[in-house]
Design a protein around this ligand. Structure first.
Ligand SMILES: *Cc1c(COP(=O)(O)O)cnc(C)c1O
Length: 373
């Protein structure tokens, strides 16, 4: 049994168990399961929370990205700029619409797409930029927006790891033309199954996404697009509505854990995530450290032996996955993404994580390096 799990839902869910059960029962007894009152109520609440005019509940985070690209009519022959260091969903969304993902390297210190390198990747085929607020830290949106504007490119945010994070006081999802959210259970706001949302201030885009996500139908049995089926169901919407009011408190608690780690992890072999500053208010979806002396895998094995669960984000970069063999990107072609794959280790962080657990993880890390120096 793990002493410190990577993620423990119980501190979040146990105090809400009655409300969650009541929500599920309410939907069961309503005998109405797709795109009804629960979905509408959550969409309104989430649009208000993010600070945008429109929210469309969809099936998952991958679809949320894909639906925005489809609504922009991006397809075969087009290029979509995505970070080289992200979960594969970001790139797959571009592939699903028939476009080619173009990987742009991160800044080492932030792990996020490098605004300076985006411009170098723009070609006459480039149609859009998808940024990812990785690990819950908002990207530097001002320089990215400037590149998008200069070259007339669409700009959207993959917010799957950044529910409630802010850049210059504005929540992620409200920092570009559109934001895509995942409510996969382990995200900062998680459903009890698959779920996602698109947020935007653009009325036309919102309508189009809503139609495309429902078989391209604006009115029942009237189809104006070759759409797909990606809808938020009533159970998930009801669960999300119960949890949303607690999201800010949960994010604050993640910040508490992160600050404790920052003070407690003292081994110089470890690079910690950047601290929050006036412009960047991260929500620490994960707490990803980088092991600088080549002992990442040994540390992970040691932590496991000591009862501490960790995850590598991500052990193989996208460009070296079989799925993207067609891009012919060999090892060495994206050195920073490869560097992250070789050095990154995400250690436990979740709302309600006990101080003793945080200090235990830090202590095991410090002592591991102390013993190997
Ligand atoms: C989780 C995640 C997704 C995909 O979300 P799903 O709901 O699992 O489809 C997309 N992008 C990033 C960065 C993610 O972390």
């Amino acid at each position: 049994m793990a002493t410190v799990p990577f993620l423990d839902f119980k501190p979040m869910h146990d105090p809400l168990r009655d409300k969650l059960d009541a929500a599920v029962t309410r939907v069961s007894h309503s005998d109405y399961y797709i795109r009804g009152k629960e979905c509408e109520a959550f969409e309104q609440a989430y649009a208000q929370y993010i600070g945008v005019k429109h929210c469309i509940g969809v099936g998952n985070g991958l679809d949320a990205i894909q639906l925005i690209l489809r609504a922009w009519e991006i397809g075969p022959g087009d290029e979509v700029i995505v970070p080289s260091n992200t979960y594969i969903a970001t790139a797959l969304a571009a592939s699903y619409v028939g476009a080619t993902p173009v990987f742009v390297e991160p800044v080492l210190e932030t792990a996020e797409i490098d605004p300076d390198r985006i411009e170098a990747a723009v070609t006459p085929r480039t149609k859009a930029i998808v940024v990812v607020h990785l690990q819950g830290r908002p990207c530097d949106m001002d320089p990215i927006r400037a590149v998008a504007q200069k070259h007339g490119l669409h700009l959207m945010e993959d917010c799957a790891q950044a529910h409630g994070a802010r850049y210059k006081g504005v929540k992620t999802g409200a920092l570009s033309e559109a934001g895509a959210f995942s409510f996969y259970p382990g995200k900062n706001l998680g459903a009890m199954g698959d779920a996602g949302a698109v947020v935007t201030n653009d009325r036309e885009l919102a309508d189009k996404v809503r139609y495309i996500a429902n078989y391209g139908s604006d009115v029942k049995y009237h189809h104006i697009y070759k759409g797909l089926n990606s809808r938020l169901d009533e159970m998930q919407a009801a669960v999300l509505s119960v949890k949303l009011p607690y999201l800010d408190a949960w994010n604050e608690d993640r910040v508490r854990v992160a600050e404790k780690y920052r003070r407690a992890i003292t081994a110089p072999e470890v690079a910690l995530p950047l601290a929050p500053d006036a412009d960047h208010e991260p929500v620490y979806h994960v707490y990803g450290i980088r092991v600088l002396n080549g002992q990442r895998d040994a540390l992970a094995a040691h932590l496991k032996e000591q009862g501490i669960e960790t995850i590598m984000h991500y052990p193989t970069p996208m460009h070296l996955q079989g799925a993207y063999a067609d891009l012919n990107l060999t090892r060495g072609s994206l050195p920073l993404a490869e560097e992250f794959s070789a050095t990154e280790l995400s250690i436990p962080i979740f709302p309600g994580m006990k101080d003793e657990q945080v200090l235990y993880v830090a202590d095991v890390i410090n002592r591991f390096f102390g013993a190997h120096r």
